[in-house]
Design a protein around this ligand. Structure first.
Ligand code: FES
Length: 577
């Protein structure tokens, strides 16, 4: 067999100077029935699979991997599928976010340590997308993303019903006595009727759209339903394309630039994307050594109207979005308004403009236009002030316009446990003008930063027919949730950020237009309270969670572990047998 050193995998499979190692690397692989010609120095493509029966959103990924393999073989590559940690949003406790960084380490080391020249990332459920993108970014070989696609629309009692969003609505109705327990349970099967990830514009669909906007996937990656034959055709074409990318040495850092991130922020505004995108994009950018801060969200997200009429901000679901034209139809509108860096490269070697300028929009109610948007000022608003010196965020498209400027008395919960204990206490001093404040749910305080920021309203308020109040926390919220919810307050209470100083009855002033969030309390009193403050911290002394707490960065920095930031490249020591 001729010695070829063209690609990285040749160091494993084609080295004549280390014959014994080559025998072992190649020989053991042969036990799977791979014929000799597959080891002739052709591109070896890893298929990084987050399949797991415990991650139902990614339960169909073995089938998707088979389509990728067809494309890889067709282009003359050698596909090898490998499993990585699969962080399931619907099952994993205490919160899947706690394991995003752990999964990213698994991905990074699996790619670097194995003989692969390019990698296809199979991603779907919320955290599986950023964890794979982060891990791959730190290695920086040719990389292409393939999302698993959303579930078909849910249908319940004659209405469409969306993942997550429907649950929050049904839960509020159940608590207000508007529906029965039986209605609540019967909605379960109606909601999740096919393979795929949440079909609202939650975090999974948002991150699929971000992958597309960053140029890291072929067009239409985000919206094709999981069970649509075109999803499998896209996987096949991605397999074909990654082989070419290896030949072109088109590594991830050549595709994704600061411009790509700015484009993604704008696309996030136009699709009404999840607040979680703020954290995940920061973490991915950090791995690529691209400086991305909340100021970039403020700068780029401003004046971007929300065009996509999908739950939780609007009415429709991802299946409708795909039939209406999907992400390309949104990108086209942004290009026409000169809002995107049109020369940003994508994985197929074309620019974002070349890929999307001919996109078509088939339904003007699902994908609206600049003249008639769903929300005029969409995107993510960054709020700063004496409660959040490093920033907090709010998604206006999911919030109530009448609460955008509001002054109210704080009703404070020191922990999520205290919240559950007291929220329905008839003696709780709360009315619809109050502001609910939840502390100690940030990256360190509730390790992993739970999605509890969209606190449910007190029953006595729900019974009045009120469905929204301002809520402030250092937590995250599900991308499928809605409400006037201020999240990711940084620094968090557990590290004595000023959120910790808020006490019951304090006045809080929120002005979303001005981007301000302030506690109407004298500075010296805030400082005194912080000095005396004892955060409610989890008792964790060992294990992964200890490492997480010791090293996790604040939300505004992407909540990555501090020692994982940056690229570490694909070089690896030869293992001598
Ligand atoms: Fe997996 Fe929503 S629970 S995408």
């Amino acid at each position: 067999m001729a010695e070829k050193k063209k690609y990285r995998s040749s160091a494993w499979y084609n080295s004549k100077s280390h014959r014994r190692d080559t025998f072992i690397h190649r020989g053991w692989m042969r036990n799977q029935g791979h014929p000799s010609h597959l080891f002739d120095g052709r591109p070896v493509i890893g298929i990084c699979n987050t399949w797991s029966e415990l991650t139902p959103c990614n339960g169909h990924f073995r089938e998707i991997a088979e389509s990728v393999k067809k494309g890889v073989y067709e282009a003359g590559g050698f596909p090898l599928e490998f499993p990585v940690f699969s962080a399931s949003e619907s099952n994993l406790r205490p919160t899947a976010m706690l394991f995003r960084n752990l999964a990213s380490m698994d991905v990074e080391e699996a790619i670097r340590g194995n003989p692969m020249d390019g990698v296809v990332l199979l991603m779907g459920c919320d955290k599986t997308t950023p964890s794979l993108m982060m891990g791959a970014a730190s290695v920086d070989i040719p990389t292409i993303g393939v999302s698993g696609g959303p579930m078909l629309n849910g249908h319940h009692k004659g209405e469409i019903i969306g993942s997550g969003t429907g649950v929050w609505q049904l839960d509020a109705d159940l608590n207000a006595g508007k529906i029965t327990e039986d209605d609540f349970v019967s909605a379960e099967i109606s909601m999740s009727r096919s393979k795929g990830n949440c079909m609202t514009m939650g975090t999974a669909s948002t991150m699929g759209s971000m992958v597309e906007a960053l140029g890291m996937s072929l067009p239409h990656n985000a919206a094709i339903p999981a069970v649509d034959a075109r999803r499998y055709a896209l996987a096949h074409m991605s397999g074909k394309r990654i082989v070419e990318m290896v030949k072109e040495n088109l590594v991830m850092s050549k595709v994704v630039s600061k411009d790509s991130f700015e484009n993604a922020i704008k696309v996030n505004g136009a699709i009404g994307g999840s607040t979680n995108a703020v954290i995940h994009l920061a973490a991915i950018a950090g791995r690529l050594e691209i400086d991305l801060s909340l100021d970039d969200w403020e700068k780029c997200g401003k004046d971007i109207p929300t065009l996509v009429n999908l739950q939780p901000s609007g009415k429709y679901l991802m299946e409708d979005f795909y039939y209406a034209g999907g992400v390309p139809a949104v990108i086209k509108q942004l290009l026409e308004k000169n809002l995107l860096s049109k020369d940003a490269l994508t994985v197929n070697g074309k620019t974002i403009e070349e890929n999307n300028s001919n996109a078509e929009r088939w339904n003007k109610d699902v994908i609206k236009d600049f003249e008639n948007p769903l929300v005029k000022d969409g995107g993510i608003k960054i709020l700063k002030g004496n409660i959040a010196p490093d920033g907090a965020i709010l998604k206006p498209s999911a919030a109530s316009p009448e609460l955008m400027q509001h002054k109210g008395k704080a009703v404070v919960f020191e922990s999520v446990e205290e919240f559950h204990e007291k929220i329905d206490d008839p003696n709780l001093d709360v009315d619809e003008n109050s502001i609910l404040v939840l502390k100690n749910c940030g990256p360190k305080g509730y390790p992993g930063m739970a999605e509890v920021g969209n606190m449910r309203l007190p029953q006595k308020i729900l019974k009045k027919g009120i469905r929204d109040m301002i809520r402030i926390s250092d937590a995250r919220m599900s991308g499928t949730a809605y409400g006037t919810v201020i999240l990711h307050t940084s620094p968090e209470a557990a590290v004595k950020g000023p959120l910790a100083a808020v006490q019951n009855g304090d006045l809080i002033e929120v002005d979303v237009n001005k981007g301000s969030l302030n506690l109407v309390v004298l500075d010296e009193i805030i400082a005194k309270r912080l000095k005396e403050y004892q955060p409610v911290l989890p008792e964790i002394k060992s294990g992964y969670q200890k490492m997480y707490i010791d090293h996790v960065m604040q939300a505004d920095k992407g909540a990555d572990l501090d020692f994982l930031v940056g690229k570490r490249g694909s070089e690896v020591k030869r293992h001598s047998h």
